[in-house]
Ligand binder design. Structure first.
Ligand code: NAD
Length: 476
């Protein structure tokens, strides 16, 4: 089926939106207001590098300002274009509504291959891009708060925060202008792992719903499930690492830019990541057999497929050959609207991107709140909590001594119970809670209504409903 024409990424998102809206009862005109992207700013700027001026093109798109600030990552990749940032900004609106983070949707991108530049060059480029956005309030603690995405991470966020601070020297909330910063520079524990961690929590919650699991033909929990992951970057690595080391899942396939690795016995994800870091790709890694056409691995037999790299990788060309009964979209838009239709008819269950990768924005929300409150989570209550626990432990200890052999405390109980939660534990607890509640709202909509055929439509219905409520409350 070569040469099939598929809608663009943004059109795909709009088609999925339209599907959901047809099942809703929105006032005339509101549907269009929610769907359209409010504004996209394109910037072209020059940076003097290696003896000449190089011109770069970047975007910041604001999809919906029904809540402010708007939020969404900044991507550094050669494929960045207006259609892509608008699609990603729209997904951010729906994602924030679904997981109840109080933000509108935005997204940014810079057309650049970051691997081609030295660190000091990247810093110059990032700072210049940040300057262009900040001077138009497209980076701002109360209006527009970026975060990491493909090709960017803590380092770039630290440069952006510092650039904003230089331009706004008296803004006491300057740190809240961007999230995903390093922990030592205004960040929060657990942000780097957050999106992958969220994928893990999403799957755990899915497997707590036997009726939903039954639709895949799978049974039991995550233990022993065969997983194929595409993209061993921030999201893919953390998801695969946690699923294999904490839930007993087997990572039987890993796909990277240069090809894929297969091993039916499961691979050590950290060993593969170290190999990629040293060698630039998976080829030659002893953890599995190398497959040069990595994309073919998406069609391999497995229980759970995790696309965690780029959009559009499951499309009309390969959808019919997908064997996984369960796909969790760790990346944004990995399944095109056409493929979504094919897979739905095949009975494949898809846990949609808007929910599956919401762990990042959830923990970004915690970071933003921390920055605005100027205090680390747990700082006030941790020792007080420990002191109260100590009282109970002392009483139990007295009982222990009194009852002799008839009763004793479980080993380790004291240590575990006594310890008050630190920031990382609180962040993980908040993330787990968010992922559970959001899943339940989607699943409930999926089951309650016969006309809702899949989790994606359910997710859109919940999210659009909340955005609509917010517009109604403003009198629109
Ligand atoms: P990243 O740059 O850290 O990692 C991407 C990985 O995918 C890299 O290892 C890269 O080599 C690999 N890759 C790129 N193209 C590929 C291809 N064609 N085939 C196989 N592998 C390929 O990016 P990331 O932050 O992990 O983001 C991945 C996806 O997750 C994106 O869709 C992004 O929008 C989404 N996402 C990221 C976050 C976040 O917090 N970082 C949050 C939500 C969603």
């Amino acid at each position: 089926m070569t040469g099939v024409i598929e809608p663009s990424f943004r059109e795909s998102v709009d088609l999925m939106f339209d599907r959901a809206v047809r099942l809703m009862d929105l006032p005339p005109g509101l549907e269009e207001k929610i769907k359209v992207c409010n504004a996209t700013y394109t910037v072209r700027f020059g940076v003097r590098l290696r003896g000449s001026i190089q011109t770069f093109t970047g975007y910041r798109s604001v999809h919906s300002e029904h809540m402010e600030p708007v939020k969404g990552g900044i991507r550094f990749a050669m494929g960045v274009n207006q259609d892509e940032v608008e699609a990603l900004a729209a997904l951010m609106t729906y994602k924030c509504a679904l997981v109840e983070t109080p933000f509108g949707g935005s997204k940014g991108g810079l057309r650049i291959d970051p691997r081609e530049y030295e660190e000091h060059e990247l810093e110059q480029i990032t700072r210049r891009f940040a300057y262009e956005l900040a001077k138009r309030d497209l980076i701002h603690p109360s209006q527009n708060v970026p975060a990491p995405d493909m090709g960017t991470g803590e380092r770039e966020m630290a440069w952006i925060a510092d650039q904003y601070r230089r331009m706004n020297t008296t803004d006491i909330n300057a740190n809240a202008c961007v999230t995903g910063k390093p922990a030592h520079a205004g960040g929060i524990q657990g942000r780097v792992e957050a999106t992958g961690r969220g994928v893990q929590y999403a799957l755990r919650e899915f497997f707590r719903h036997p009726d939903d699991v039954a639709r895949t033909g799978l049974s039991g929990k995550l233990d022993g499930k065969r997983v194929i992951v595409q993209g061993l970057g921030n999201v893919g690595y953390h998801a695969a690492h946690f699923l294999s080391t904490e839930d007993g899942a087997k990572i039987t396939g890993i796909v990277e830019r240069d090809g894929g690795l297969v091993n039916p016995k499961g691979m050590d994800v950290d060993a593969v990541r170290d190999w990629v870091a040293q060698n630039g790709g998976v080829q030659g890694c002893p953890e599995g057999s190398f497959v040069p056409d990595g994309a073919k691995l998406l069609e391999e037999d497995c229980d759970i497929l995790i696309p965690a790299a780029i959009e559009g990788v499951i499309n009309l060309e390969n959808a019919a050959r997908i064997k996984a009964p369960l796909i969790i979209e760790a990346a944004n838009g990995p399944v095109t609207a056409g493929a979504d239709e094919v897979l739905r008819k095949m009975g494949v269950v898809i846990i949609p991107d808007m929910y599956a990768n919401a762990g990042g924005v959830t923990v970004s929300y915690f970071e933003w709140v921390k920055n605005l409150s100027h205090i680390r989570f747990g700082r006030m209550q941790r020792r007080q909590e420990e002191a109260r626990h100590q009282l109970i432990v002392d009483e139990l200890q007295r009982l222990d001594e009194h009852l002799g052999d008839a009763w004793s405390m479980t080993p380790n109980f004291k240590e575990k119970y006594l310890r008050g939660a630190d920031e990382l534990e609180l962040v993980r607890s908040g993330l787990d809670d968010t992922m559970r509640i959001a899943y339940q709202s989607m699943s409930e909509t999926w089951h309650r209504r016969d006309d809702v055929e899949d989790l994606r439509t359910a997710a859109y219905i919940v999210a659009i409903g909340r955005v609509a409520d917010s517009y109604r409350a403003k009198g629109l």
